[in-house]
Design a protein around this ligand. Sequence first.
Ligand code: 9UX
Length: 72
Amino acid sequence: GMKQIQVRITGMTCAACSNSVESALKAIDGVITASVALIQNRADVVFNPALLKDEDIKNAIEDAGFEAEILP
Ligand code: 9UX
């Protein structure tokens, strides 16, 4: 089955920030859906856990230039 996580993202200040994070997540093989909410500092990501770990999502957001924390 698919896995859904939520991530707290720090450092996004304009809509281009959140759009770029969302695009980066959607481009990852194994990500099914990704939605990034600027005002909430939040990403909702659904992915195939056979292909990705939570940490891969966190690392992708940090590679895009933002801090990321997987929410419990
Ligand atoms: Mo907007 Mo985000 O000008 O790094 S793209 S602040």
